[in-house]
Design a protein around this ligand. Structure first.
Ligand code: ADP
Ligand code: MG
Length: 349
């Protein structure tokens, strides 16, 4: 497998900037996800890796080689499209053998290569069917076999689960991750689903409005979001306006309503800021204290393995999740909230 590197890459279509000065690396043998809402530039980024679009600006390297101006045919990259894009008039075997056939590797050799990849994705015995005779999940596997057949340096997936039902999605995403790890593939994977991204990725690149909002390991993005967009897009977050009263030795003293807490300053100066607090990082203690925030339970819902609570405080209504088997709290119950040691992050105002 080869690495992929973007250096200050932009893509413009007339007045529309689809991708704006983006830099990242997909290390060889890793799965990196491009995550973001519809229209943020994910597909355009994949198409630039494939060579289906030529970047307006910047540099693209694959395996350390500058491929910025190379067309798709001259890059060793395959793509699994959102729609699968199977040839309806070709059998499963012919679809999977398409790449080597077009490359002129001969009928027998192409067939052999296709059979091997079809077996790999669990489609032994389906060779003579046509796409219309397969389920959505099986069609997707044909698309994966077809993309793998020439053993590309880089494999791209554009929202590969969007045409599958919810139950199948979970299984197929695990299969893709296993295949990627077993074959040591370099994969760039596009999704708008944050849970899917957390589940399969070595690294997540969060995109918003054609730019990178943050990139990092799944745990890093969840526990230490760099800004409100990432905090809100990955998981749930309470976003609260706060005041940083002092900064010393990289730590900030932060006033959250009447509570005073110490948090990593992350380069922010004294003055107005915000904190992003995960719902499970708000702990219900009984006792009042300098680091606690008094509140009143407004809603409490039982969800089996956790309680969802809405707690009214001086800094607004906060969403609190209590995992485990806790007793219900009636509306009107006074509580004190304290902060857990993780999942509480200072972000710009
Ligand atoms: P995503 O895959 O994240 O939904 P896209 O990469 O498809 O987003 O699109 C990003 C932006 O670029 C959108 O505003 C889209 O309308 C625009 N765009 C994409 N392709 C073209 C094109 N060929 N011509 C003009 N605008 C385009
Ligand atoms: Mg897209």
């Amino acid at each position: 497998p080869a690495s992929v590197e973007f250096r200050n890459v932009s893509m413009r279509y007339g007045a529309v900037t689809a991708v704006d000065n983006v830099s990242f690396t997909v290390e060889a043998g890793k799965l990196v996800t491009l995550l973001g809402p519809s229209g943020c530039g994910k597909t355009t980024t994949l198409r630039m890796i494939a060579g289906l679009e030529i970047a307006s600006d910047g540099q693209i390297l694959i395996g350390g080689q500058d491929v910025t101006k190379l067309s798709a045919a001259d890059r060793d990259v395959s793509m699994v499209f959102q729609s699968y894009a199977l040839f309806p008039h070709m059998s499963v075997l012919e679809n999977a053998a398409y790449g080597p056939t077009v490359k002129g590797l001969g009928k027998e050799k192409s067939r052999e290569m296709a059979l091997e990849k079809l077996a790999l994705v669990g489609l032994k015995g389906f060779e003579n069917r046509y796409p219309s005779e397969l389920s959505g999940g099986q069609q997707q596997r044909v698309a994966v076999a077809r993309a793998l057949v020439l053993e590309p340096q880089v494999l791209l997936f554009d929202e590969p689960l969007s045409n599958l039902d919810a139950k199948l999605r979970r299984r197929v995403r695990e299969e893709i991750r296993e295949l990627q790890q077993d074959l040591n593939l370099t994969v760039a994977y596009v999704t708008h689903d944050q849970e899917e991204a957390l589940a399969v990725s070595d690294k997540i690149i969060v995109m918003s409005n054609a730019k990178i909002a943050q990139q990092g390991a799944p745990r890093e993005l969840y526990e230490e979001p760099a800004n409100a967009f990432v905090a809100d897009f990955i998981g749930d977050a309470n976003l609260i306006d706060v005041t940083v009263t002092a900064v010393a030795d990289g730590r900030a003293t932060v006033a959250i309503g009447p509570a005073s807490v110490s948090l990593p300053a992350r380069g922010l100066p004294a003055g107005p800021a915000r904190v992003a607090i995960r719902p499970e990082s708000l702990l219900l203690t009984g006792q009042a204290g300098p680091g606690s925030l008094p509140g009143t339970v407004r809603k409490c819902a039982y969800l089996g393995n956790h309680l969802d609570l809405m707690v009214e405080t001086q800094v607004g209504e906060l969403f609190v999740v209590q995992y485990g088997h806790h007793p219900m709290l009636a509306a009107g119950t006074p509580v004190n909230l304290t902060l857990a040691g993780s999942g509480v992050t200072l972000i710009p105002p």
